[in-house]
Design a protein around this ligand. Structure first.
Ligand code: NAD
Length: 378
């Protein structure tokens, strides 16, 4: 079968779904690969690199969509793109079915088979190799620290120099999931003093193992809402948490927020008052900006200065590391393809006996198969 890789069309999206290295590995599984000219350009992969890896480079998007048996994408396709998808073809990429009902209908009408990488049952250890949510979250956590360091006027690490003694920066991380843990490790490696909080107490050990200090909220309530995700906390907990965050805001130089609750708006953890209480020159990076933000003063997609504090609400952090994110994302898709093509004969078998594949498959031959039943855990 032929795997087609069109250039991403969303504004500001620099990632590409398949990098040249992965083209070679897909060829070993028996697939042909066709890439739209310029598809990898923003991630620093030239058409020439794809040709050298054995891909065919086609001049326009329409050529790729028309030829592909399987389309590899990053972002959910636009309706215009779905219009170009061949009837009965397979689409792989981020889809977010709950948020995109119109897209789901359009894909069903094309009698497509759709593998939504965002629907992977992440709790299966076997599925970790395909977990693009985790690989992308890790990159955004890293990049959040880099953005913070860039906007901050001092060193992260403490130094004793002939020109004076410099204290280390203090960084507070709200939410210690995949992105938060990556941010903790990165900030600690740069030499900052790192503290973190999460409503799920189970992450405390991981925070410490990465060089951070876990700061508890003075209120007993379990924060797990099932599947490793958080729940909305009680009013009492939230009040106690606000008091603790207000204290941290006064003390630290940098706050990175990553808190999300599935299917709910991002919890508002940093109030305008807390921002006002921070030292001038402090920085907040709000990774929840796209879901409404953890900070009351975040402007999604922008960096703004409020009360002398730079508040960064960029929603394209992974795209700002396009080469790295494209490489990890295409490795995730490669691992998935290996499971779909056990025979290494260039064909795919969407095997519903396989819990990981079952979870990913949101439409099969035009028929809605989402949401999948929960996987059987070993
Ligand atoms: P996420 O992006 O949904 O949330 C980020 C973090 O914010 C979470 O740790 C959450 O607990 C925290 N949070 C939510 N509300 C908060 C609040 N009010 N105050 C403070 N913190 C708050 O989560 P994620 O990074 O996608 O990870 C979720 C879970 O899934 C983690 O436990 C992760 O280890 C787990 N996971 C497991 C696997 C696996 O087992 N293979 C793979 C990936 C992720």
């Amino acid at each position: 079968l032929l795997i087609g890789v069109p250039k991403e069309v969303a504004a500001g999206e620099k990632r590409v779904a398949t990098v040249p290295d992965v083209v070679q590995k897909l060829a070993k599984l028996g697939f042909e690969v066709a890439v739209e000219s310029g598809a990898g350009e923003a991630a620093n992969f030239a058409d020439e690199d794809y040709r050298a890896a054995g891909a065919e480079v086609l001049p326009g998007a329409a050529d790729v969509w028309a030829r592909a048996d399987i389309v590899f994408k990053v972002r959910p396709p636009t309706l215009e793109e779905v219009g170009m998808l061949r009837e009965g073809a397979t689409l792989v990429g981020f889809v977010w079915p709950a948020q995109n009902p119109e897209l789901m209908q359009a894909l069903q009408a094309r009698r497509a088979t759709v593998l939504a990488i965002d629907c992977l049952p992440r709790q299966l250890s076997r599925a970790q190799k395909m977990d693009a949510l985790t690989s992308m979250a890790g990159i955004s956590g890293y990049r959040a620290v880099i953005e913070a360091a860039n906007a901050f006027g001092r060193f992260f690490n403490g130094q004793i120099t002939a020109a004076g003694k410099i204290p280390p920066a203090k960084v507070f991380i709200a939410g210690a999931g995949v992105a938060g843990l990556a941010a903790i490790g990165t900030a600690a490696n740069l030499g900052a003093i790192v503290r973190a909080n999460d409503t799920r107490a189970e992450v405390a050990d991981q925070v410490v193992s990465l060089g951070g200090e876990f700061v508890k909220v003075d209120y007993e309530e379990e924060g797990s809402g099932g599947g490793g995700y958080a729940k909305v906390m009680s009013e009492g907990f939230q009040a106690a948490q606000r008091a603790m965050y207000a204290q941290q805001a006064r003390e630290v130089d940098i706050i990175i927020t990553t808190a999300l609750i599935p299917g709910k708006p991002a919890p508002k953890l940093i109030t305008a008052e807390m921002v006002q209480s921070m030292k001038p020159g402090s920085v907040i990076v709000d990774l929840a900006a796209e879901q409404g933000g953890n900070c009351e003063l975040t402007v999604p997609g922008e960096a703004v200065v409020r009360h002398g504090v730079t508040i960064i609400g960029y929603t394209d952090l992974v795209s700002r590391l396009a080469k790295q994110s494209s490489t990890l994302y295409s490795n995730n898709l490669l691992r998935m393809t290996e499971d779909l093509c056990k025979a290494k004969d260039g064909n795919i078998l969407v095997n519903f006996e396989d819990d990981a594949i079952r979870g990913l498959t949101v439409i099969r031959d035009g028929e809605l198969t989402w949401p999948a039943p929960p996987p059987k855990l070993p």
